[in-house]
Design a protein around this ligand. Structure first.
Ligand code: CP
Length: 312
C-alpha cells in the first residue's frame, strides 16, 4: 500500500503524522540529489506541469520550477498579468484550455481561498496548492517542518510560537495543522485585531503579549506583516506594531537556549523582525528556502504516483 495515497495537495489539515513524515523522509533523499554536482534525476520525465500564479511570488514559484526541472519534468509558467485573464477569461476557461494542451499537474497560487479545491472539480490533473488566500500554503508548512526537524532531529515536544498577522496568514494555518500533527506545542501571538476568531479551536495557545509568548519557546516563526492591510485599520501604526510585536535581539533572551528564528519571506526588515535577528546565526530563513526545493521535489514525486519506483 502507498504511504502517501493522494492525488492532490490542497492543505495540511487532516494530514497524518505518518504522511508528513513520509514526505519529509522523501525530501531528505531529494536534498541529497541537490547536493550532487549534477542536480538532476529523470524521475518525472514525460510529465508536464503548469505553474499557475494569479498572485506575485518569488520563492514558491522559482522553487517549484527548480524542483520540476531537477526532476526532468516539462514545466510551463503562467502568470495572470500577461495572459488572457486581462481580456476577461474566467479561471475555469483558462484551466480547461491549459488542460486541453495535455498537462499532468497544476501548481496554483490565488488570492481567493478555495481555488485549488475548485480546480479539482474542473480538471483531471493533480492540483498542488501554492497558497490560496488566507487558507493554506501546504508546501511552506512542510518545508518549515522539514527545517525544524533537520535542526533538532525531531518535532515532537518542541515549543513553536507563530508571531504576526495570523488572521491573514495561510502560512500560519498550514504550520499549525502540520506542527500539531507532528506533536509540537504551538502558540500564536498577535494584536487582537490580527487574530482570527476562534483560533484556539485549532489547538493553539493564544497570546497578545509577545514577552509571555516567547518565554521558553524553541522556535519563533515570524510572519510577514501584510502592509497592504495597514490602511484597513488593523493596526494603529507600524512603529507601534514593531515596538510591541517586532522580534528584536533583546527579546531573544526569553527563548530557550538552542532557539531558532524562521520567516517564510518576504521580510519587512525593521518591521516584524530586525535585520540583526533575520541575519543572525540562529536564523534558518535561507535554509527554509533551500529545503523548499527538496520538499517540493518530494511532493511532485509522490503525487505523480511513482512512489514505488527508485528515485535515481
Ligand atoms: N513564502 C512565500 O510564499 O514566498 P513567495 O510569496 O515569494 O512565494
Amino acid at each position: 500500500m502507498k504511504k502517501f495515497a493522494h492525488k492532490h495537495l490542497l492543505g495540511l489539515e487532516g494530514m497524518t503524522r505518518e504522511e508528513i513524515e513520509f514526505v519529509l523522509d522523501t525530501a531528505v533523499t531529494f536534498k541529497e540529489v541537490l547536493e550532487r554536482p549534477i542536480k538532476k534525476v529523470p524521475t518525472l520525465r514525460g510529465l508536464t506541469i503548469v505553474n499557475l500564479f494569479y498572485e506575485p511570488s518569488t520563492r514558491t514559484r522559482i522553487s517549484f520550477e527548480l524542483a520540476q526541472k531537477r526532476l526532468s519534468a516539462d514545466t510551463v509558467n503562467f502568470s495572470s498579468s500577461g495572459s488572457s485573464v486581462k481580456k476577461g477569461e474566467t479561471l475555469r476557461d483558462t484551466v480547461r484550455n491549459l488542460e486541453a494542451m495535455k498537462i499532468d499537474m497544476v501548481v496554483v497560487r490565488h488570492a481567493s481561498s478555495g481555488v485549488p479545491y475548485f480546480l479539482t472539480r474542473c480538471l483531471e490533473s493533480s492540483i498542488i496548492n501554492a497558497g490560496d488566500g488566507a487558507h493554506e500554503h501546504p508546501t511552506q508548512g512542510l518545508l518549515d517542518i522539514y527545517t525544524i526537524r533537520e535542526k533538532y532531529g525531531k518535532v515532537e515536544g518542541l515549543r513553536v510560537v507563530i508571531v504576526g498577522d495570523v488572521k491573514h496568514s495561510r502560512v500560519a494555518r498550514s504550520n499549525i495543522w502540520g506542527l500539531k500533527a507532528m506533536g509540537a506545542s504551538v502558540s500564536v501571538c498577535a494584536p487582537s485585531t490580527l487574530l482570527p476568531a476562534e483560533i484556539e479551536k485549532m489547538g493553539v495557545e493564544v497570546f497578545t503579549d509577545l514577552n509571555k509568548a516567547l518565554w521558553g519557546a524553541d522556535v519563533v516563526n515570524v510572519l510577514r506583516l501584510q502592509l497592504e492591510r495597514q490602511e484597513r485599520g488593523f493596526l494603529p501604526t507600524l512603529r507601534e506594531y514593531s515596538r510591541l510585536f517586532g522580534i528584536t535581539r533583546e527579546r531573544l533572551t526569553l527563548l530557550n537556549k538552542n532557539y531558532t528564528i524562521m520567516h517564510p519571506g518576504p521580510i519587512n526588515r525593521g518591521v516584524e523582525i530586525t535585520p540583526e535577528v533575520a541575519d543572525s546565526p540562529e536564523s534558518v530563513i535561507l535554509a527554509q528556502v533551500t529545503n523548499g526545493v527538496a520538499v517540493r521535489m518530494a511532493v511532485l514525486y509522490l503525487l505523480s504516483g511513482q512512489q514505488e519506483e527508485a528515485v535515481a
